[in-house]
Design a protein around this ligand. Structure first.
Ligand SMILES: [Zn+2]
Length: 94
């Protein structure tokens, strides 16, 4: 018995900010990072569902369809970023 398992080193506590309600379009808001009035800039990134849909298309329909979900915004996360400081603002999942 060498004792109680040592707890993992504490990670710096992350300030939980109320997630901004963001939609599929750029939103006007105040950047929580730099405090500027901004119109968010959008980046679409594939999420887990994108890969799942692609896999299903590949297995059951036909493989050329695999690229479809990656081309459809509705199958991807719409991430909002601050154009000023590039801070992440929020994610919209359709
Ligand atoms: Zn900012």
């Amino acid at each position: 018995m060498s004792g109680y398992p040592y707890p993992p080193p504490g990670q710096p506590s992350v300030v939980i900010q109320t997630p901004l309600v963001v939609g599929p379009d750029p939103v006007r808001c105040i950047c929580p990072s730099c405090g500027a009035h901004i119109l968010t800039k959008m980046k679409y990134e594939p999420n887990t569902r994108t890969h799942v849909v692609a896999l299903i298309l590949c297995l059951f329909i036909c493989w050329p369809c695999v690229c479809l979900p990656y081309c459809m915004d509705s199958c991807q996360n719409a991430n909002h970023y601050c154009p000023n400081c590039d801070a992440f603002i929020g994610t919209y999942q359709s």
